[in-house]
Structures are given as structure tokens and as C-alpha cells.
Design a protein around this ligand. Sequence first.
Ligand code: NAD
Length: 365
Amino acid sequence: MNTYKIAVLAGDGIGPEVMEQALRVLDAAEAKFGFKTERTSCFVGGAGIDNCGKALPDDTLAACEAADAILFGSVGGPKWDTLPPAERPERGALLPLRKHFQLYANLRPGICLAELTDASPVKNSLIPGGFDILCVRELTGGMYFGEPKFYGERDGEIVALDTLFYKRSEVERIAHVAFKAAQGRNKKLCSVDKANVLTSSVMWREVMNEIAPQYPDVELTHMYVDNAAMQLVRNPKQFDVMVTENTFGDILTDEMAIICGSLGMLPSASLGKGKDGAFFGLYEPSGGSAPDIAGKGIANPIAQILSMGMMLRYTCGETAAADAIDAAVRKVIAAGYRTGDLATGAAGEIRVGTAGMGDAVIAAL
Ligand code: NAD
């Protein structure tokens, strides 16, 4: 029987509540599809600071190193907001994990199910039947990491400098991730850049065009980032897979999240090199620790459940189980189950809390 080692980092706020449901769904998937996971639970974020003195404790990092994948909840909250920025849960845990494991590809699905179009701020008439986009964001290069950085005085004036730097190899590896993802979907890839202004984007576009012939079944198009930001709210249904550099992706994926309706529905995967050609990955909901609803048993666990599904797909290669989890979530939404973030008060809605949604997904699976 295939066995996978998973480091479970539930974190703060709603993290532990939604993680509990994701792990129950994982138990059910293991029983149904005949594989096993060995799980090690570790402190991270505020829980790491409180229990071990830092956001990413040494034992936690060691458990992640020994694992095939990290299933991450969320970190942060008002309790730790007064700490120096570098020690706070998000900066102190997530950025070091991304760096340590070279998680260069961030996959963010933007799915608005047909039944949830009312929750999207985009007019219903523009998104009949909902939409399903996958954004592939480069995560370890570009302006956030480029050197030199400078803030100080030059020629009698205060100046600030960031550097937008990409190596060709970094663009090539993200291109392959995006083309492969498109092959597994509707075979349309839109590369987003600013090649009319930025030199790094000129190289980005050249690399995309050069790699395209290796994926003849995928239709590659290009779009400037300012246009992409407009097109996402004007006609999101035109997109299948988008690929873009770090900063553009940061902004576009947040825009994509909001047009989907609720953060509680959106998973994400940050991928790097794993064993035997598989991806090592950190899988987490797109939202944060939601301190406003933490501890009340009302958070939507679907983003965490779908993140676990992405882990089965990209790290474990358990495609049938991942497909079944996606299908179970669609079925539960179609049947009318709604946590508070999704509820509109429409007839036929079945209001549930965090555990109730977990129960419904398990029953559907
Ligand atoms: P947030 O995503 O936690 O919450 C924004 C809104 O969405 C809130 O109203 C919240 O209740 C709602 N929401 C989010 N997830 C939900 C779910 N599963 N079910 C129902 N509603 C949900 O963003 P924020 O309020 O800006 O940040 C709160 C804390 O989370 C901060 O400390 C921030 O630093 C941290 N944060 C962590 C991560 C992470 O761990 N990756 C990401 C973003 C923010």
C-alpha cells in the first residue's frame, strides 16, 4: 500500500478547526482508495511562538524535511501583531518555509461554482454557470527577492530601489508547470506579462513562446497585466490557466479570490522539487486565520479540504482520490449545504457549521 508522510501544521485561528475536518476527509479517502498517510502534527505561527518561542520551531522544520508534503492551516492573529514584523507568524513561518523548500510554483485555483455565482461581486449575467481558472504564480523570483535592494541617500536625495530579476531557468521551470497544468485541463494557457515596458517580461514572453512547441495540444496566448486585471472582472470565463511572475501573480490571485465569492472555498499549493519526479508541496487555504470567527465552529472547511485534495493530486499522485474529493465538494454545494460565508438565505439552503460541512463532504465521498 502506498504510504505518504505528511507534516500537519494547523497553526492559529480557524486553522485547527478546518484542519480537523480535512483530516477526517483524508481518513475517508484513505479507506476508500487504499492508501495511507503517516501524519506528524507540529506547532507553527502564533502557536509556535507561544509553545516553542518562534514561528517556525526547529522541530517543525525537521518534521517538514522528513515529510513528502506539508498540509498547512493558517497563521497569525491580533495576539502577535505587536511583535517586530520579521518575528510575526506569517513572515516568521511561511516565507522561511517557501525559501527553505524552494517552493517556486504557486497554484491557485479560482473556482466559482454555478450555485455560488450570487456570492461573486461579478454580475451574474457575466458568469453564467460559474467559472474555473487556475493561476500559476512564480513564487521565488522577481521583485520580492531581487538584489540589490536599497533605501537611502544618493546625490543628496532619499531614494529607494527594488530589482526585478529573473533567470531564464526560473522562467522555464514555471512555464513547464503551467503548460502541464493546462494539458490536464482545457488546454488554454494565458501568459501574463508587461512586455511592452519591462525587459524581464520580454524574456518571460520569449521563453513561453520557445517552450510552447513542446506542448502542441496547448493554445498559448499572451496578455498585458493591466488588461488581465480588467479581463478578470469583465469576463473571467475566458481564462483556463494563467501563468505570471511573482508580483503580478500576488495581485491577480487576490483579485481572482474576491471574484470567486468566498475565501473559504479556495485552496492553494506551493510546489517545489520532491522525490522521484513528484512535487514537494505546501498546501494551504488561500485565506488567513479569520480571527473574527475563530473558535465558533462556523468557519468553512472546504478550502482546507480542497488543499488536502491538491496534496493528493500533486505530491501523492492519488488522482482518483483527488478527483473524488473535488466531486464530493461540488455535490455538497449543489445539494444546498452552506456555511455562514456562503449563505444567501435562498430557499433550499441547509445551514451547517464547520463539522457539519465536514460530515456532508464525507457522506458525499
Ligand atoms: P482572513 O483571510 O483571515 O479573513 C478575511 C475574511 O474572510 C474574514 O471576514 C474571515 O472571517 C473570512 N474568512 C476567511 N477564511 C474563511 C473561512 N474558511 N470560512 C469563513 N470565512 C472565512 O484575512 P485577514 O482578516 O486579513 O487576516 C487575519 C489574520 O490572518 C492576520 O493575522 C493575517 O496576517 C493572517 N493571514 C494569514 C495567512 C496565511 O496563514 N497564509 C494569509 C492571510 C492572512
